[in-house]
Ligand binder design. Sequence first.
Ligand code: MLT
Length: 383
Amino acid sequence: MINPHLLQCKRSYLFFEIEQRVSSFRQKHPSANLINLGIGDIALPLAPSIKDAIQNAVLQMSQEEGKKGYGPGCGYRFLREAIVDTEYKKYDIDYKEIFISDGINSDICHASDLFNKDLTVLIADPVYPLYKMTAAIDGFKNVVSFDGITLLPPEEKGELIYLCSPSNPVGVSLSREDLTKWVQYAKKHKAIILYDGAYADFIQDSEKPKSIYEIPGAKEVAIEMRSFSKSAGFTGLRCGYSVVPKELVVDGIEINRLWELRQETKTNGVSYPIQKGAEASLSGQGLMETRAQIKEYQASGAIIRTFLEKQGETFLGGLDCPYIFWKVNKPSWDFFDELLEKANIIAIPGSGFGQGGEQYMRLSTFCTQTQAQEAIQRLCALK
Ligand code: MLT
Protein backbone atom coordinates (compact mmCIF):
# COMPACT_ATOMS: atom_id res chain seq x y z
CA MET A 1 0.00 0.00 0.00
CA ILE A 2 2.86 2.37 0.85
CA ASN A 3 5.32 3.67 -1.78
CA PRO A 4 8.16 1.12 -1.36
CA HIS A 5 10.76 3.66 -2.45
CA LEU A 6 9.86 5.95 0.43
CA LEU A 7 10.12 3.03 2.82
CA GLN A 8 13.62 2.35 1.56
CA CYS A 9 14.85 5.79 2.68
CA LYS A 10 16.61 4.78 5.85
CA ARG A 11 18.01 8.11 6.98
CA SER A 12 16.03 11.16 8.05
CA TYR A 13 16.53 14.33 6.04
CA LEU A 14 19.85 15.99 6.90
CA PHE A 15 18.51 19.38 8.01
CA PHE A 16 15.81 17.72 10.12
CA GLU A 17 18.45 15.61 11.82
CA ILE A 18 20.61 18.69 12.53
CA GLU A 19 17.59 20.50 13.96
CA GLN A 20 16.85 17.58 16.26
CA ARG A 21 20.42 17.36 17.53
CA VAL A 22 20.56 21.12 18.07
CA SER A 23 17.26 21.19 19.90
CA SER A 24 18.35 18.40 22.25
CA PHE A 25 21.58 20.35 22.89
CA ARG A 26 19.49 23.48 23.63
CA GLN A 27 17.40 21.56 26.13
CA LYS A 28 20.51 20.51 27.98
CA HIS A 29 22.16 23.94 27.70
CA PRO A 30 19.37 26.53 27.63
CA SER A 31 21.71 29.48 28.14
CA ALA A 32 24.16 28.54 25.35
CA ASN A 33 24.60 31.38 22.86
CA LEU A 34 24.63 29.39 19.61
CA ILE A 35 25.96 30.78 16.33
CA ASN A 36 24.18 29.29 13.33
CA LEU A 37 26.52 28.48 10.44
CA GLY A 38 24.38 25.43 9.66
CA ILE A 39 21.37 25.50 7.35
CA GLY A 40 21.59 28.32 4.82
CA ASP A 41 18.89 30.48 6.34
CA ILE A 42 18.52 34.25 6.62
CA ALA A 43 20.18 36.19 9.44
CA LEU A 44 18.74 39.58 8.46
CA PRO A 45 15.14 40.86 8.62
CA LEU A 46 12.92 41.30 5.57
CA ALA A 47 13.85 44.26 3.36
CA PRO A 48 11.44 47.23 3.86
CA SER A 49 10.25 47.46 0.24
CA ILE A 50 9.28 43.75 0.25
CA LYS A 51 7.45 44.15 3.56
CA ASP A 52 5.55 47.19 2.21
CA ALA A 53 4.54 45.38 -0.99
CA ILE A 54 3.23 42.36 0.94
CA GLN A 55 1.33 44.56 3.39
CA ASN A 56 -0.20 46.61 0.57
CA ALA A 57 -1.25 43.45 -1.28
CA VAL A 58 -3.01 42.10 1.82
CA LEU A 59 -4.70 45.46 2.35
CA GLN A 60 -5.80 45.49 -1.28
CA MET A 61 -7.30 42.00 -0.91
CA SER A 62 -9.33 43.14 2.10
CA GLN A 63 -11.23 45.63 -0.03
CA GLU A 64 -14.15 44.88 -2.34
CA GLU A 65 -12.49 46.21 -5.50
CA GLY A 66 -9.15 44.56 -4.78
CA LYS A 67 -10.23 41.09 -3.66
CA LYS A 68 -8.44 38.13 -5.18
CA GLY A 69 -9.24 34.45 -5.23
CA TYR A 70 -7.31 31.68 -6.95
CA GLY A 71 -4.39 32.96 -8.95
CA PRO A 72 -2.87 31.41 -12.08
CA GLY A 73 -1.10 28.14 -11.22
CA CYS A 74 1.99 29.16 -13.20
CA GLY A 75 2.24 32.56 -11.54
CA TYR A 76 0.92 36.09 -12.06
CA ARG A 77 2.05 37.68 -15.28
CA PHE A 78 3.39 40.78 -13.43
CA LEU A 79 5.97 38.62 -11.62
CA ARG A 80 6.84 36.50 -14.65
CA GLU A 81 7.46 39.69 -16.63
CA ALA A 82 9.47 41.33 -13.84
CA ILE A 83 11.74 38.26 -13.77
CA VAL A 84 12.20 38.42 -17.55
CA ASP A 85 12.98 42.15 -17.40
CA THR A 86 15.51 41.76 -14.59
CA GLU A 87 17.19 38.48 -15.52
CA TYR A 88 16.22 36.85 -18.80
CA LYS A 89 15.48 39.42 -21.50
CA LYS A 90 19.10 39.22 -22.58
CA TYR A 91 18.66 35.51 -23.35
CA ASP A 92 15.49 36.19 -25.34
CA ILE A 93 13.31 34.36 -22.85
CA ASP A 94 9.61 35.15 -22.70
CA TYR A 95 7.37 35.36 -19.60
CA LYS A 96 5.57 32.16 -20.67
CA GLU A 97 8.85 30.33 -20.15
CA ILE A 98 8.92 31.38 -16.46
CA PHE A 99 6.92 29.30 -13.94
CA ILE A 100 6.44 30.65 -10.42
CA SER A 101 6.51 28.19 -7.52
CA ASP A 102 7.05 28.14 -3.78
CA GLY A 103 10.75 27.42 -4.25
CA ILE A 104 13.39 25.25 -5.88
CA ASN A 105 12.81 22.32 -3.53
CA SER A 106 9.28 21.86 -4.87
CA ASP A 107 10.35 22.33 -8.49
CA ILE A 108 13.16 19.78 -8.13
CA CYS A 109 10.73 17.27 -6.63
CA HIS A 110 7.96 17.91 -9.16
CA ALA A 111 10.29 17.79 -12.17
CA SER A 112 10.41 14.02 -11.96
CA ASP A 113 6.70 13.87 -12.94
CA LEU A 114 7.86 14.55 -16.49
CA PHE A 115 10.31 11.72 -16.84
CA ASN A 116 10.46 7.97 -17.16
CA LYS A 117 11.87 6.35 -14.05
CA ASP A 118 14.27 4.15 -16.02
CA LEU A 119 16.37 7.11 -17.12
CA THR A 120 19.93 7.24 -15.84
CA VAL A 121 20.11 10.09 -13.35
CA LEU A 122 23.38 11.90 -12.58
CA ILE A 123 23.81 13.39 -9.12
CA ALA A 124 27.02 14.80 -7.63
CA ASP A 125 28.60 13.55 -4.41
CA PRO A 126 28.85 15.51 -2.15
CA VAL A 127 25.56 17.19 -3.01
CA TYR A 128 22.53 19.03 -1.63
CA PRO A 129 20.75 16.03 -0.10
CA LEU A 130 17.32 16.67 -1.61
CA TYR A 131 18.38 15.49 -5.08
CA LYS A 132 19.26 11.96 -3.99
CA MET A 133 16.32 11.70 -1.62
CA THR A 134 13.76 12.78 -4.20
CA ALA A 135 15.26 10.56 -6.92
CA ALA A 136 15.00 7.62 -4.49
CA ILE A 137 11.44 8.42 -3.37
CA ASP A 138 10.32 8.86 -6.99
CA GLY A 139 11.71 5.44 -7.87
CA PHE A 140 14.51 6.31 -10.30
CA LYS A 141 16.34 3.01 -10.67
CA ASN A 142 19.67 4.09 -12.12
CA VAL A 143 21.39 6.82 -10.16
CA VAL A 144 25.04 7.49 -10.99
CA SER A 145 27.30 9.74 -8.88
CA PHE A 146 29.78 12.21 -10.28
CA ASP A 147 32.50 14.16 -8.48
CA GLY A 148 30.83 16.94 -6.50
CA ILE A 149 34.14 18.64 -5.74
CA THR A 150 35.33 19.22 -9.33
CA LEU A 151 31.74 19.21 -10.62
CA LEU A 152 32.87 18.00 -14.03
CA PRO A 153 30.84 15.66 -16.29
CA PRO A 154 31.68 11.96 -15.83
CA GLU A 155 32.61 9.44 -18.52
CA GLU A 156 29.34 7.53 -18.06
CA LYS A 157 26.23 8.44 -19.94
CA GLY A 158 23.50 10.21 -17.94
CA GLU A 159 20.10 11.33 -19.15
CA LEU A 160 18.75 13.51 -16.34
CA ILE A 161 21.32 15.67 -14.56
CA TYR A 162 20.93 17.53 -11.28
CA LEU A 163 23.50 20.31 -11.38
CA CYS A 164 23.93 23.08 -8.81
CA SER A 165 26.17 26.08 -9.43
CA PRO A 166 27.27 27.96 -7.40
CA SER A 167 27.39 24.59 -5.76
CA ASN A 168 25.89 23.49 -2.51
CA PRO A 169 27.69 22.28 -0.37
CA VAL A 170 31.12 22.92 -1.93
CA GLY A 171 30.52 26.65 -2.47
CA VAL A 172 32.20 26.95 -5.87
CA SER A 173 30.77 28.37 -9.08
CA LEU A 174 31.36 26.63 -12.42
CA SER A 175 33.51 28.52 -14.93
CA ARG A 176 32.16 29.27 -18.40
CA GLU A 177 34.45 26.59 -19.81
CA ASP A 178 33.23 23.90 -17.40
CA LEU A 179 29.59 24.80 -17.81
CA THR A 180 30.08 24.58 -21.57
CA LYS A 181 31.35 21.01 -21.02
CA TRP A 182 28.03 20.18 -19.35
CA VAL A 183 25.96 21.65 -22.17
CA GLN A 184 28.04 19.70 -24.69
CA TYR A 185 27.70 16.55 -22.60
CA ALA A 186 23.91 16.98 -22.46
CA LYS A 187 23.73 17.46 -26.22
CA LYS A 188 25.88 14.43 -26.87
CA HIS A 189 23.79 12.16 -24.63
CA LYS A 190 20.42 13.83 -25.33
CA ALA A 191 20.26 14.57 -21.61
CA ILE A 192 18.34 17.22 -19.69
CA ILE A 193 20.01 19.39 -17.06
CA LEU A 194 18.02 20.54 -14.02
CA TYR A 195 20.16 23.55 -13.18
CA ASP A 196 19.80 24.77 -9.60
CA GLY A 197 20.91 28.41 -9.55
CA ALA A 198 19.74 29.27 -6.02
CA TYR A 199 22.98 31.12 -5.25
CA ALA A 200 23.50 32.90 -8.59
CA ASP A 201 23.21 36.36 -7.01
CA PHE A 202 26.18 35.62 -4.76
CA ILE A 203 28.65 35.26 -7.65
CA GLN A 204 31.36 37.90 -7.27
CA ASP A 205 33.65 36.86 -10.13
CA SER A 206 32.28 38.65 -13.20
CA GLU A 207 33.81 35.98 -15.47
CA LYS A 208 31.58 33.27 -14.00
CA PRO A 209 28.24 32.67 -15.77
CA LYS A 210 25.23 33.63 -13.65
CA SER A 211 22.80 31.70 -15.83
CA ILE A 212 23.30 28.50 -17.81
CA TYR A 213 21.68 30.31 -20.75
CA GLU A 214 24.90 32.29 -21.16
CA ILE A 215 26.21 29.10 -22.77
CA PRO A 216 25.25 28.68 -26.44
CA GLY A 217 22.79 25.83 -26.95
CA ALA A 218 21.80 25.62 -23.26
CA LYS A 219 18.16 26.48 -23.98
CA GLU A 220 17.88 23.17 -25.84
CA VAL A 221 19.02 21.11 -22.85
CA ALA A 222 18.45 22.95 -19.56
CA ILE A 223 15.75 23.96 -17.11
CA GLU A 224 17.07 26.65 -14.78
CA MET A 225 15.68 27.03 -11.27
CA ARG A 226 16.02 30.14 -9.13
CA SER A 227 14.70 31.23 -5.81
CA PHE A 228 14.00 34.43 -3.88
CA SER A 229 14.96 32.57 -0.67
CA LYS A 230 18.65 33.35 -0.61
CA SER A 231 18.77 36.42 -2.83
CA ALA A 232 15.89 38.32 -1.19
CA GLY A 233 15.39 36.68 2.21
CA PHE A 234 12.30 34.60 1.27
CA THR A 235 13.14 31.39 3.17
CA GLY A 236 10.10 32.01 5.39
CA LEU A 237 7.91 33.49 2.64
CA ARG A 238 8.47 30.90 -0.13
CA CYS A 239 8.80 31.96 -3.76
CA GLY A 240 10.98 30.75 -6.61
CA TYR A 241 10.69 29.89 -10.27
CA SER A 242 11.78 27.60 -13.08
CA VAL A 243 12.74 28.69 -16.56
CA VAL A 244 11.61 26.16 -19.15
CA PRO A 245 12.62 27.37 -22.63
CA LYS A 246 10.43 26.53 -25.62
CA GLU A 247 13.54 25.21 -27.38
CA LEU A 248 13.71 22.31 -24.91
CA VAL A 249 12.13 19.52 -26.93
CA VAL A 250 12.31 15.80 -26.10
CA ASP A 251 10.96 13.12 -28.45
CA GLY A 252 9.29 15.92 -30.43
CA ILE A 253 7.47 17.21 -27.32
CA GLU A 254 7.94 20.72 -25.88
CA ILE A 255 8.83 20.34 -22.21
CA ASN A 256 7.45 23.83 -21.59
CA ARG A 257 3.93 22.62 -22.47
CA LEU A 258 4.26 19.59 -20.16
CA TRP A 259 5.60 21.73 -17.33
CA GLU A 260 2.62 24.07 -17.70
CA LEU A 261 0.21 21.10 -17.72
CA ARG A 262 1.77 19.59 -14.62
CA GLN A 263 1.88 22.87 -12.76
CA GLU A 264 -1.67 23.99 -13.65
CA THR A 265 -2.90 20.55 -12.56
CA LYS A 266 -0.96 19.98 -9.37
CA THR A 267 -0.82 23.40 -7.76
CA ASN A 268 -2.90 26.51 -7.25
CA GLY A 269 0.25 28.55 -7.19
CA VAL A 270 1.86 30.99 -4.79
CA SER A 271 -0.24 33.55 -2.93
CA TYR A 272 -0.76 37.01 -4.42
CA PRO A 273 0.90 38.95 -1.55
CA ILE A 274 4.02 36.81 -1.73
CA GLN A 275 4.27 37.29 -5.49
CA LYS A 276 3.87 41.06 -4.96
CA GLY A 277 6.71 40.87 -2.43
CA ALA A 278 8.86 38.99 -4.95
CA GLU A 279 8.07 41.59 -7.60
CA ALA A 280 9.09 44.35 -5.18
CA SER A 281 12.42 42.61 -4.58
CA LEU A 282 13.16 43.14 -8.29
CA SER A 283 12.31 46.86 -8.28
CA GLY A 284 15.12 49.44 -8.14
CA GLN A 285 14.63 49.98 -4.41
CA GLY A 286 14.16 46.25 -3.72
CA LEU A 287 17.35 45.33 -5.54
CA MET A 288 19.27 48.01 -3.65
CA GLU A 289 18.05 46.66 -0.30
CA THR A 290 18.56 42.97 -1.07
CA ARG A 291 21.99 43.54 -2.62
CA ALA A 292 23.03 45.26 0.60
CA GLN A 293 21.98 42.12 2.49
CA ILE A 294 23.94 39.89 0.11
CA LYS A 295 26.96 42.17 0.63
CA GLU A 296 26.66 41.69 4.39
CA TYR A 297 26.67 37.89 3.97
CA GLN A 298 29.63 38.16 1.57
CA ALA A 299 31.52 40.29 4.09
CA SER A 300 30.84 37.62 6.74
CA GLY A 301 32.16 35.02 4.30
CA ALA A 302 35.33 37.08 3.81
CA ILE A 303 35.89 37.21 7.59
CA ILE A 304 35.67 33.41 7.90
CA ARG A 305 37.72 32.76 4.76
CA THR A 306 40.48 35.12 5.88
CA PHE A 307 40.61 33.41 9.27
CA LEU A 308 40.87 29.93 7.72
CA GLU A 309 43.54 31.12 5.28
CA LYS A 310 45.62 32.60 8.11
CA GLN A 311 45.33 29.35 10.02
CA GLY A 312 46.65 27.47 6.96
CA GLU A 313 43.41 25.50 6.67
CA THR A 314 42.25 23.87 3.44
CA PHE A 315 38.82 24.85 2.20
CA LEU A 316 36.74 25.56 -0.89
CA GLY A 317 34.11 28.17 -1.65
CA GLY A 318 32.82 31.19 0.21
CA LEU A 319 33.62 33.62 -2.59
CA ASP A 320 30.90 33.10 -5.18
CA CYS A 321 28.60 31.24 -2.83
CA PRO A 322 27.54 31.59 0.82
CA TYR A 323 29.06 28.22 1.78
CA ILE A 324 32.59 27.28 2.80
CA PHE A 325 33.58 23.62 2.57
CA TRP A 326 36.31 23.14 5.14
CA LYS A 327 38.60 20.10 5.08
CA VAL A 328 38.74 19.21 8.76
CA ASN A 329 40.41 15.81 8.37
CA LYS A 330 38.19 14.29 11.05
CA PRO A 331 34.99 12.26 10.90
CA SER A 332 32.54 15.03 10.17
CA TRP A 333 29.76 14.07 12.63
CA ASP A 334 32.42 13.95 15.41
CA PHE A 335 33.53 17.44 14.48
CA PHE A 336 29.89 18.57 14.35
CA ASP A 337 29.53 17.49 18.01
CA GLU A 338 32.83 19.10 18.97
CA LEU A 339 31.90 22.43 17.38
CA LEU A 340 28.47 22.41 18.98
CA GLU A 341 29.61 21.41 22.43
CA LYS A 342 32.89 23.30 22.75
CA ALA A 343 32.32 26.37 20.54
CA ASN A 344 28.50 26.51 20.45
CA ILE A 345 28.68 26.73 16.66
CA ILE A 346 26.21 24.91 14.42
CA ALA A 347 27.74 23.70 11.13
CA ILE A 348 26.82 20.88 8.76
CA PRO A 349 28.91 17.69 8.63
CA GLY A 350 30.18 17.08 5.12
CA SER A 351 29.20 13.41 5.15
CA GLY A 352 25.57 14.53 5.38
CA PHE A 353 25.99 15.53 1.73
CA GLY A 354 27.35 12.13 0.71
CA GLN A 355 30.41 9.97 1.19
CA GLY A 356 32.53 12.44 -0.82
CA GLY A 357 31.94 15.04 1.92
CA GLU A 358 33.37 12.97 4.77
CA GLN A 359 36.21 14.80 6.61
CA TYR A 360 34.68 18.16 5.59
CA MET A 361 32.42 20.64 7.41
CA ARG A 362 30.12 23.08 5.62
CA LEU A 363 29.99 26.55 7.13
CA SER A 364 27.18 28.82 5.98
CA THR A 365 28.06 32.50 5.70
CA PHE A 366 24.44 33.57 6.14
CA CYS A 367 25.36 35.46 9.30
CA THR A 368 26.12 39.03 10.25
CA GLN A 369 29.72 40.26 10.36
CA THR A 370 29.41 40.48 14.15
CA GLN A 371 28.40 36.82 14.31
CA ALA A 372 31.23 35.88 11.92
CA GLN A 373 33.77 37.70 14.14
CA GLU A 374 32.45 35.92 17.20
CA ALA A 375 32.56 32.58 15.37
CA ILE A 376 36.22 32.95 14.41
CA GLN A 377 37.16 33.86 17.97
CA ARG A 378 35.48 30.69 19.18
CA LEU A 379 37.19 28.64 16.45
CA CYS A 380 40.51 30.15 17.49
CA ALA A 381 39.88 29.22 21.14
CA LEU A 382 38.93 25.70 20.06
CA LYS A 383 42.31 25.22 18.40
C1 MLT B 1 21.09 24.45 2.75
O1 MLT B 1 21.41 24.82 3.89
O2 MLT B 1 21.73 23.66 2.11
C2 MLT B 1 19.83 24.95 2.15
O3 MLT B 1 19.77 26.28 2.26
C3 MLT B 1 18.63 24.36 2.76
C4 MLT B 1 17.49 24.46 1.81
O4 MLT B 1 17.44 25.33 0.96
O5 MLT B 1 16.61 23.61 1.94
